[in-house]
Structures are given as C-alpha cells and as structure tokens.
Design a protein around this ligand. Structure first.
Ligand code: VG1
Ligand code: CO
Length: 544
C-alpha cells in the first residue's frame, strides 16, 4: 500500500461544540478542512490503527463525499476494518449500537443533526468512543489542540467504494463492510420492547399513528420497524426518504419546524399518536391528538412507566437529566427512591453515569431521550417506548400526561430560542448577566424575588472532571427559575436559549396555557437581561 503524505496547514476554529464540529458545507468543502480534523482524530488516538471504526451519517449534502475521504484516510492510518452504513446512512443511535455490538474502537458520525442541509446548509462531524458515546471533553480538547498544529495528513490512492451495495471489500489492507443500517439496531429494539403488543395495537384498526421522519435519516428505520415489522399501515411514516437538503426543511422535531405533523395532529381525524425525529435520528417529539408532550414531561413519563416495558421491567438504577431540563423527572426519581443526576447540556456527560451503572434513563429538554441500551440519545427508541406504554395502559397520550401531572405535580416549562442573533450582542447579554449574578440574591425583579443565582458547573461523579460555565441560573423564592445559555451547535450568529420553569402542584390549575403560566418569568427574564430589547427581537424564533 502506498500511503500518501499530504502537506496541510491548520484551520482556525476546529473546536467541537455541544455535539461535534459543525460548520457550513462550504467550509467543510475547502481542501484539507475535513482531512485536518479526521487526521487529528487519528493522531490523538493511535489505537485506532489495527482496530474497527464505524462510519455513517444522516445523508445530508456532502455525506457521500466525506465518507469516501474518511475511508481512504482510515486505510492510510492503519485502521483494520471500517463498518459503514449502506448509502452512507446510519442514525446516531445506530452508530452507537454498532460500535458496541461490533466491539469497535470508535466511530465517526457525519451530521449537523437538526441544522439545515443542502449545499448552503451545515455539515458536521463527531467522534464517538468505544462505549458508543460522544467523546468526552478531554478527547475533544485533545483533537482541537492537534488541529492547531497539524501539518500533514495521510491518505491512499484508491477508487471510491460502492456504498449502495452491502458486502465486503478492501481499500489497501483495510476491510470495508457495507451494512444494512437498520438490522442491528432493530434487533436491539426487539429485545427491549414488546413488539407483539405494539403490533397488536397498531394493527387493531382503531389506533393510528403518524411518524414524521422530516426527510432525514430515520425514514428507513421507521419504514422497516413501524410499518414493516410492527404493521402500521403504509403512509403512517411521512417524509420517510432521506434527502440531502431535508426537503428544504429544518429537521428539528419541534412544533415550529415539524409543522406538517402538528397540522395532522391538530386537524380533523387526527391520529392517536404522532412523533417526529431530527436529522440524525437521536431526538424525538411526542404528540398526542391535539396535545404536545413537553420533552421534559416525556422523560418523566417514561421513568414513571418504565417497568411496563420488558427491557426496563426490573426497574431503574437512577435517572439523569441535563441542567436546563425541567425537574419533572426528579419528582419521579424521588417517588421511586432512586438517584437523579443533573449534568451540563450535551449527551457526552451521561456516558460515565451510564457506564458506571448509576443511571438507566437520561434526557434533555431538547427532546433527547435515551437509556443504557446505547450511549446516545435515541429518537425511535423513545417512540417505541411510548407505543409500548400506550399498548399496555390503553389510555391516550393526553390522559397519560394529565394523570402524571395529577400524581406528581406539573413542572410548567418552556424554552425560548432566539436564533441568529448578532454574536457580539448575544455574548454581551450573557456576560452582563454573569457579572450581575453575585448581586441578584434578595433583589426583586418584575415582582419575583431572587433566591439565588449562579453559573452552573459540574463535577463528574465518576472521573472527577470539571466543566464550568454551563449556563446561568436564576432561582426565585417561589421555586421557579430561569436559565440562560448560548447554543453550542449553531454555525451562524449566535442562538440564545432561555429556559423557563415553574412548579404547579394544584391539579385545578394545571390546565393553564403554558406561556400564560410562565408570563411572570418571561417578564423577569427580560428585566434581568434586556434580551429582546438588546437583540432587537420582538419574540423568540422558536418556542418549545
Ligand atoms: C442542542 C441541545 C442539546 C443537545 C444538542 C445536540 O445543543 O440544546 O440538548 O444535546 O443540541 O443535539 P445547544 O448547545 O445548541 O443548546 V443534536 O440532536 O444536535 O446531536
Ligand atoms: Co440530533
């Protein structure tokens, strides 16, 4: 094999954010840009030589080109075997599953998740470690450091691999195995859920579903599992063919961007159950007939009903949620007498807890839910979990959530996103609130009294690693809170996320409209930050 050494120079800003390195496609298309990042991964992880690597992506524009580049570089860097999804497709949870079931050393996921695709859209790359989960900060920092010094990358002269054909081939000494992206993942789902019971529900004739794959990677998975194996009528899956620009849409499963699904679920003859997944298939939105389930509530409902599902019948070891996620799941954990961990935003922080057997279920307010079955959040898994619960309980989605509130109280919750704000303005808004934090306790803001305020920091209970600056929190004396943080996944301007939460124990008042219930907090947040006035925005871009 003739390894080619290609001279290169560092690019600025190859710093992975909340979930991998995300930039405009045009940035990734610059000669050497992808190569530098990938070579940096090989340079900081020499054990990849001689090992197995899983590679796949969400099918967005540039996915196919990037995979061919990575395959040649993997061969040049001595990787023994690459497992790649047919057509270059693998959902993020499916990559995690394959890394684990095939004892791979790691994986490269090509995705910018919910960010738009197409030639003018976004691209991304993320490295996952041997447990199947996103690389922890110490690894991503080492990769970033390496990108700052890199002066060459390695590749081989070889023709493109035909990714449409399943089977084995070689690039130089490296084996390449093109696999069905769904099979191994579906086998795991079969072990966790009562497929017989879900099938009975979906073929009964009086229970209908709509799954919106948003033109992204879950299409093939949902077709094979929901319509194929579980018998949902054809047409239950919509937008189920992955497209390089996600049909021109924004594959983010929220009420704004999944408007087609919302239209159906709130229309005449709405299905009984609706769901959507994001670009790379790791997040989910759950919708009942005329009823949207808040992701934080969804996590709490899954935890409270877990023993109805075969894979979790023995009970949960613990639960974990990201800091901005509502405390609904904390109340379930308390009732079950199991620990509840609070981590920074981003799935990479759950890996150690899951590996150590300290928790079973995890979730984020951004519609990420998952468990110890893999080390990523998992959109279709959450859908199957809900269907399994519905099949056992025989109630509607709305009934299940309302009964949950009656029993545990309702954590009224919303996230307001201000997208594409001028980056300097956004940073200043955050910096000013951060500077004011020590002065806030005891102050009255828009009629609410501040109890305490801080900048969230996290010490990993397993390895002691510390992550600071993970979001500004202001707690009020009535138990409500606001959180402000800058998104770490965008590629243009800055996205400010404002999280609002208030607890409502009184069942008689739980039906109140969410935004109205949170208005005092919305006012307090504006008084504290001047966010709307300073960003020139009248209202958030997206409300979830
Ligand atoms: C967002 C979400 C976060 C999630 C991350 C990756 O991050 O808030 O909860 O883990 O996206 O999800 P940020 O930094 O933009 O708030 V995904 O589906 O993009 O891999
Ligand atoms: Co995603």
């Amino acid at each position: 094999m003739q390894v080619k050494t290609v001279a290169t120079r560092p690019f600025e800003g190859q710093l992975p954010g909340t979930s991998g390195l995300r930039k405009k496609v045009k940035v990734f298309q610059q000669p050497g840009y992808l190569e530098n990042f990938v070579q940096s991964v090989f340079d900081v992880l020499p054990a990849l030589a001689g090992s197995t690597l899983v590679v796949g992506g969400d099918g967005r524009f540039h996915n196919d080109r990037a995979i061919q580049t990575i395959l040649r570089m993997a061969a040049a860097n001595g990787v023994a075997r690459v497992i790649v999804g047919r057509a270059g497709l693998l959902s993020t949870p499916a990559v995690s599953e394959l890394i684990r079931s095939r004892n791979a050393y790691g994986g490269l996921i090509l995705s910018a998740s919910h960010n738009p695709g197409g030639p003018d859209g976004d691209f991304g790359i993320k490295y996952n470690i041997a447990n199947g989960g996103p690389a922890p900060e110490k690894v991503t920092e080492a990769i970033h450091q390496r990108t700052l010094a890199i002066d060459r990358y390695l590749t081989v002269e070889a023709a493109d691999i035909d990714l449409q054909q399943e089977g084995q081939c070689r690039i130089a000494a490296m084996s390449v195995e093109v696999v069905d992206p769904v099979a191994s993942y579906a086998a795991l789902m079969r072990k966790l859920f009562d497929f017989g019971r879900i099938r009975a529900l979906l073929t009964r004739g009086d229970f209908s579903i709509c799954f919106d794959a948003m033109h992204a990677v879950t299409g093939p998975y949902a077709h094979a599992i929901l319509e194929g194996e579980l018998g949902a009528p054809a047409g239950s899956v919509i937008n189920g063919v992955p497209s390089p620009d996600f049909g021109g849409g924004h594959p983010d499963p929220n009420p704004t961007y999944a408007d087609q699904l919302i239209g159906r679920m709130f229309g005449a003859d709405a299905p009984d159950f609706g769901a959507a997944s994001d670009g790379d298939g790791d997040r989910n939105m759950i919708v009942g007939r005329n009823f949207i389930v808040t992701p934080s509530d969804s996590l709490a409902v899954l935890a409270a009903n877990a023993t109805l599902v075969p894979g979790y019948a023995a009970g949960l070891k613990g639960v974990a949620r990201s800091m901005p996620t509502s405390a609904a799941v904390d109340r379930v954990a308390q009732a079950l007498n199991i620990p509840c961990y609070e981590t920074p935003t981003g799935w990479k922080f759950f890996g150690n807890l899951l590996d150590a057997g300290m928790c079973t279920l995890c979730g984020e307010e951004s519609a990420g839910t998952g468990s110890d079955h893999v080390r990523e959040k998992d959109g279709l898994w959450a859908v199957l979990f809900w269907l399994n619960i519905l099949a056992v309980r025989g109630s509607s989605v709305e009934q299940i959530v309302r009964e949950h509130w009656q029993r545990y109280g309702r954590n009224v919750y919303s996230r307001h996103d201000y997208e594409d704000v001028d980056a300097a303005v956004a940073k200043q808004i955050v910096a000013d609130l951060r500077a004011a934090l020590p002065t806030l306790a005891g102050r009255e803001v828009a009629g609410l009294k501040v109890a305490r305020a801080d900048d969230f920091g996290y010490t990993d209970p397993v390895d002691g690693s510390v992550s600071r600056g993970q979001g500004l929190r202001v707690f009020f004396e009535d138990g409500s809170r606001i959180v402000l943080r800058l998104s770490g996944t965008g590629t243009e301007g800055a996205t400010l996320r404002l999280y609002l939460e208030r607890f409502e124990p009184d069942a008689a008042r739980q039906g109140i409209e969410t935004q109205a219930a949170l208005q005092p907090l919305i006012d307090a947040a504006e008084a504290l930050t001047g966010l709307r006035a300073r960003s020139g925005r009248q209202r958030p871009t997206v409300i979830t």
